[in-house]
Design a protein. Structure first.
Length: 307
């Protein structure tokens, strides 16, 4: 990115302070409604599942957002537990709507076999503004650690804390979009006072395994299920996806806990982060939702079969 096309907040080479963060926030506009898209659907689930309001975020003057988790009604402490999270990055739409679709169409199928906790939208303010960050220009998915400065991350950590040591599987639903390269990576570079280095966007679905707790069979099973719905991202010519070595078709690895990523919060045996590609001409919004659901169901099936 040249200086002429530098991100339009801040001064090149200088990290943002409070003034720049306020300017960035003032540029964000509400584009959809969390109440209509998420909260109303969660309300409808109350006839079939337990709904927990595990916190709220006061993002005044933009709004106050209740945070919801949908739980198995037939909870049994003798059974294993699984966690499904979506909308950690609010702009990653199929993570939210895929989680809601899973609850509506498939969650009951697992009754009596595993306790389920589904959090469909971790970051409501960002969902409404189709943004990666929270109102403080923080990335919730780098903020899952003790004394987190991100309210979204802190609230989810509080919900999960009583379940630690009991979670068999955690799948975190994400997307990689063209706007990562056009908006969010340039914004990150500007916020941190660093030069923007252009990268590539993978064309297709991929997964992020935990480099500290590799589960290759688990990842392979999810890829096999998802490729029935949408295409799997090939590696770049250098053998990487978003700069990380491809360790199996459609699979890369991060150190989940040390990076403060959502998929590392439970200590589960089986963990993964999905990455759907909604901007492909080969994928519709419904296919993206379906890919997330296929990933969740195959993850649960594998974890139960190998528990």
């Amino acid at each position: 990115m040249t200086s002429a096309s530098f991100y339009p907040v801040g001064t090149p080479g200088q990290p943002w302070g409070s003034t720049e963060k306020a300017e960035w926030r003032a540029r964000q506009r509400k584009q959809r409604d969390y109440g209509d898209d998420v909260a109303s659907k969660v309300e409808d689930f109350k006839s079939r599942f337990d709904v927990v309001e595990y916190g709220h975020l006061d993002d005044s003057p933009d709004g106050v957002y209740p945070l919801f988790a949908v739980r198995s009604r037939d909870w049994n402490d003798a059974l294993p537990t699984a966690l499904v999270t979506g909308g950690v990055h609010g702009y990653e739409t199929s993570g939210v709507h895929g989680a809601l679709q899973f609850i509506d169409r498939h969650m009951q199928d697992y009754a009596g076999r595993i306790n389920l906790v589904v959090v469909p939208c971790v970051s409501p303010w960002a969902y409404e503004r189709i943004n990666r960050w929270n109102p403080d220009a923080l990335d919730p998915n780098r903020s899952f650690h003790a004394n987190s400065p991100a309210g979204e991350s802190a609230a989810l950590l509080g919900l999960v804390e009583p379940l630690k040591g009991r979670v068999l599987m955690h799948i975190d639903l994400h997307e990689t979009t063209d706007s990562d390269e056009s908006e969010f990576r340039p914004a990150l570079a500007a916020r941190d006072g660093k030069p923007f280095e252009p990268g590539t966007i993978p064309d297709g679905f991929y997964l992020v395994d935990d480099s500290e707790n590799r589960q290759p069979g688990f990842q392979k099973a999810i890829i096999a299920a998802v490729e029935q719905v949408t295409h799997i991202a090939p590696a770049d010519p250098d053998g990487t996806i978003i700069g990380s070595p491809v360790v199996a078709p459609g699979v890369i690895e991060y150190a989940l806990v040390s990076l403060g990523l959502c998929a590392g919060i439970t200590g589960a045996r089986y963990t993964t982060t999905t990455e759907v590609y909604p901007d492909s001409p080969r994928a519709t919004p419904q296919q993206c939702n379906d890919a997330q659901v296929a990933a969740v169901c195959s993850a649960l099936d594998y974890a139960l079969a190998h528990n």
